[in-house]
Design a protein around this ligand. Structure first.
Ligand code: FER
Length: 303
């Protein structure tokens, strides 16, 4: 057996323990080791849904599309004026009220990742035009709450970058949400707020969403990263989670080395009878699984 493989097998549990929710332990070596973890699938690690139909993220012909505008807000977490992309649905009108989905990006992304890489705005726009999703506002913020929140050049697996994602919790709750609710016509209660994200954003969704069920009733964690806290820390009170969650949607590709993180959360939820969706699709750590799962998730929320 190769020495590197032996080392990986010996230290994998240690890596798992340390990587969970501890920005100080983040490094490119650790990320490589986690992505290279052997994928072991259990009988219930299967699809909940088929892939989205062809063309699901191709803009539909016609004129009444939604649009994206930039929201700027002041944050006392970063000490800066920050930017978020805000998708306004087709037929947007200040004469009515909307629910809001907050959509969080991955470790090498920013507020543009969901839109430019996954085409989140096109996916939701199409679903609303087809009557398959409730008209909603989608807020795509920069989840790296640092004074310089640009994507780090070179290695993104640094303790500083990862710490920025943890600091976003207070930026989201104390600054972004109030700014969104001051500017747009939205329902400001938990049943009209959803939080979802990919990879680091999936970890943030678990970490912040489950800790603030008074703020969010609908959660979607796609391909969650090792910033995800341990399941017993995320859900110390399964009865409360059971009572308060309208939807907990967990997904990961069966070719993604990060799947052990989502498997751990799914198994804890299963064993503690917390209803959730567990969708393991035939994907790696990429935009196909994020697009597909956003397509399913956004049809289920606010109903
Ligand atoms: C890690 C592996 C992956 C890690 C983060 C990631 C913080 C995130 C990946 C992504 O957001 O795509 O070890 O440590």
């Amino acid at each position: 057996m190769k020495r590197s493989l032996i080392a990986l097998l010996l230290f994998a549990p240690v890596i798992a323990l340390h990587a969970q929710g501890k920005p100080a332990d983040v490094s490119a070596e650790r990320a490589r080791a986690i992505f290279a973890r052997p994928i072991v699938l259990a009988p219930d690690d299967i699809r909940a849904f088929p892939d989205a139909p062809a063309g699901y993220r191709t803009p539909q012909a016609g004129s009444s599309h939604g649009r994206i505008e930039v929201l700027e807000y002041d944050s006392r977490v970063t000490g800066t004026r920050r930017k978020a992309n805000v998708f306004l649905p087709p037929g947007y009108s200040t004469a009515r009220k909307y629910p809001v989905l907050y959509l969080l990006h991955g470790i090498g992304g920013n507020q543009d990742e969901w839109r430019s890489y996954v085409k989140a705005d096109v996916i939701v726009d199409n679903l609303i035009l087809e009557g398959k999703a409730v008209p909603m506002i989608v807020v795509m913020p920069n989840g790296r709450a640092l004074p310089d929140d640009s994507v780090p050049k070179g290695n993104v697996f640094t303790p500083e970058n990862s710490a920025g994602f943890a600091k976003f919790e207070r930026d989201l709750l104390d600054h972004l949400i109030p700014a969104v609710e001051a500017k747009y016509p939205i329902y400001n209660d938990r049943e009209h707020r959803a939080l979802a994200g990919l990879s680091m954003g999936g970890g943030q969704t678990f970490d912040f969403g489950l800790a603030h069920l008074d703020t969010f009733a609908w959660l979607g964690a796609f391909s969650a990263a090792p910033n995800t806290k341990a399941p017993e820390v995320l859900i110390p009170d399964p009865a409360a989670a059971r009572a308060e969650l309208k939807l907990l949607y967990v997904s990961c590709g069966n070719k993604d080395g990060l799947i052990s993180i989502s498997q751990g959360v799914h198994r804890y939820l299963r064993d503690h009878n917390v209803p959730h969706i567990w969708n393991v699709d035939d994907a790696g750590h990429d935009g196909n699984t994020w697009g597909n799962n956003l397509w399913h998730f956004s049809q289920l929320i606010f109903r």
